[in-house]
Design a protein around this ligand. Sequence first.
Ligand code: SAM
Length: 249
Amino acid sequence: PGTLYIVPTPIGNLGDLSPRAQQVLQEVAAIAAEDTRHSRQLLQQFAIQNEVFALHEHNERERAAAVVERLQAGDSLALISDAGTPLISDPGYVLVQQCRAQGITVVALPGPCAITTALSAAGLPTDRFTFEGFLPAKPQQRRKALEALRSETRTMVFYESPHRILATLSDLQDVIGAERTLVMARELTKRYETYLSGSVAEVLARVQDDSNQQRGEMVLVLAGAPQQEQSGDSQAALQTVQILRAHLP
Ligand code: SAM
């Protein structure tokens, strides 16, 4: 059988398509892409002329079986998305899962990804972090999702889209709190790359005041909640004492 290669593509700067990525895209039998028109343009810039077929959110389930069959028949294939690393808030999970189930080799190339790019320059703790993807689009569900993260102590990374950024920032202020430290990384690797950092209230004010900050692509990196002074054990002990005290004269 062939091999499925997971190939990250630039998130803005074309120079970030690695030599190895170029070689794999050149040598595989065909490339599965999220948006074939968009990807053909990218490939053209690197003079890669290869078969490109569509594998996106809406057809992945039905297409995956045929792709696995082609791999079984001996063709090696590459999976790319519109930008960055496939499977990271992008299609590919169903295909990779099926390949693994069928014993097909999956090789992932390391490369551009907005999570690691934003995180590594944000200046917030990176020893532990959690990727939350896109928050729910509906206000009520978004607030609920944020409520569940209120006492998360790890740094949190969110993807967001320009038309929801103001709503999300004001929900962060209401639910997480105005004082929590936030970094908004925008247009990474591109001409107008910007990092806004400060309290949630400060970042919200800057984005409200400058409509340019509401454009393009953005990642939110949110500081975790402060570590509780008391460990779980000592908290339980305190509770026990309180209960006992209620029964003592
Ligand atoms: N697979 C991609 C990756 O590896 O980062 C992510 C795809 S997801 C559909 C698109 C989101 O990623 C955007 O809404 C934004 O939150 C983030 N993103 C992608 N490129 C970016 C960039 N150049 N600057 C800031 N954020 C970016």
